[in-house]
Write a protein that binds this ligand. Structure first.
Ligand SMILES: Nc1ncnc2c1ncn2[C@@H]1O[C@H](COP(=O)(O)OP(=O)(O)OP(=O)(O)O)[C@@H](O)[C@H]1O
Length: 176
């Protein structure tokens, strides 16, 4: 069983890399589940983050700029984190992946997501399960996950090369 963690500075391409890997893995006929986080931009400006369930395509609002959403939430810097949405879309997707997927994707494990105890629990379950895991980890939390699997730090210079290395690690795990 393989566990791959990806970290790196904001905007370096972690989500893009995970999407590319997930697409390739699916092309080989494996089932990929879990969740992705994407930024939401309006007029060139980042106004929040949304979560996407990989299996159903369902979307939820993870966070929005303070004062711009009626959804309940927990303040986090200039954002409000919508814990209910994270649990409805993201945590549910991870839980389904724990029973259905060949590869569990968690993008990302970060301080916003950690506002949800259910999310923290779901990550713990993924780490206890014997399913293959590909997760992105916020820089601030990297040290906690470094010892738990193969660990990659992305930069603009290495991100294309790392894509190949990570895909190879995961395909080798999937093929046993
Ligand atoms: N390998 C790549 N080659 C060219 N452009 C890329 C590559 N990877 C990512 N990008 C571009 O860089 C931008 C940021 O990518 P992405 O959202 O994947 O970064 P991230 O590390 O997940 O960001 P965040 O820290 O916000 O989660 C996007 O516009 C994406 O298209």
């Amino acid at each position: 069983m393989v566990r791959v963690f990806v970290t790196g500075p904001a905007g370096v391409g972690k989500t893009t890399l995970v999407e590319r890997v997930a697409r390739e893995v699916e092309r080989w006929g494996y089932i990929v589940g879990g969740m992705m986080t994407k930024e939401v931009r309006r007029g060139g400006r980042r106004v929040g983050f949304k979560i996407l369930a990989l299996d159903t395509g369902e979307e939820g609002t993870l966070a929005s700029l303070r004062g711009t959403s009626h959804l309940p939430g927990v303040p986090f810097g200039k954002y409000v984190v919508h814990v209910d949405e994270l649990e409805r879309v993201g945590v549910s997707a991870i839980r389904r992946a724990l029973v259905e997927a060949d590869l569990i994707v968690i993008d990302e494990i970060g301080p916003m997501e950690y506002k949800s105890d259910e999310f923290v629990r779901a990550v713990g379950e993924a780490l206890k399960s014997d399913r293959h895991l590909l997760a992105t980890v916020h820089r601030r939390m990297a040290d906690r996950f470094r010892p738990l699997g193969k660990f990659h730090v992305l930069s603009v210079e290495n991100r294309n090369r790392e894509f190949g290395i990570i895909l190879d690690e995961i395909m080798r795990g999937l093929r046993g």
